[in-house]
Design a protein around this ligand. Sequence first.
Ligand SMILES: C[S@@+](CC[C@H](N)C(=O)[O-])C[C@H]1O[C@@H](n2cnc3c(N)ncnc32)[C@H](O)[C@@H]1O
Length: 284
Amino acid sequence: MSNAFYSQWLDPNMVYSCAYFENGDEDLATAQRKKIDHILTKIRLQPGQTLLDIGCGWGALVLRAAQKFGARCVGITLSQNQFDLATARVRAAGLSDRIEIRLQDYRDITGTFDRITSVGMFEHVGKKNLAGYFGRMRELLADDGVAMNHGITVPDPSDAPMDGSEFMDRYVFPQGELPHIGLVLKTMQEGGLEAFDVELLRRHYAQTLRHWADNFEANASAIRDMVGEKKYRIWRVYLAGCAHAFDTDQMSIYQVVCHKAGNLSSAVPWSRRYIYDHPIGQND
Ligand SMILES: C[S@@+](CC[C@H](N)C(=O)[O-])C[C@H]1O[C@@H](n2cnc3c(N)ncnc32)[C@H](O)[C@@H]1O
């Protein structure tokens, strides 16, 4: 699907993942900025540190990480459309010396990074590949580094297909696979990473999807003209259906912060206060 299609219903920064509603009444653009700041605060990103964003989409997170947190970033995507727009946005922001966007698979990345984020990407990895995915993350992480995986899960720990999965697989996310949070934590450990902070964002995704669905309805005729009746109807039911699924605990989502297993206990903060000490989502 084209960038123009996504721009009809995503926020202006084109963030295609669950937002963070600190208070619940934020507009979508604010909640997406808050999500990015929430993540970058959670991983304690410091000026001058290197950050790898696996599945960077249209570049919103790396732009914010360089602009507001002073990081040096690499963002990778498999989408040519995303690569083109993200690269143009980095250039327009005058940040080409601090951010590199690459059209690259995470399995082909080399080097070491102080921080790694992956937001709304691991749904494409496949359950049998999860330990390898987290193992790759570990190889790319500095010994004292911090990584964060933000992704969709299912509440049912069995492998039974959930309602609507045939539709999603056929029309929206071919070969996407959603694990239970238990499998995420198990494969993370198998990959050599220790999870130290787990946050449920299910309510936030239900709200995000309601915003997306509202935008979609508001721009229905432009979208129908752009993509045709069939795709219009597929995406319409997908957005509304997922809002319902997150609302009713048929789908879920977690942020998991981790570091290399075997660290001294002093690598873990005493409390979660550092996450809430700073204002998030400010539009400056
Ligand atoms: C749903 S989008 C999320 C984008 C972005 N993180 C955001 O929050 O807006 C999923 C992203 O994962 C990327 N992706 C999927 N499989 C990948 C892989 N094997 N290696 C690198 N990126 C991948 C896609 O190209 C896309 O940028």
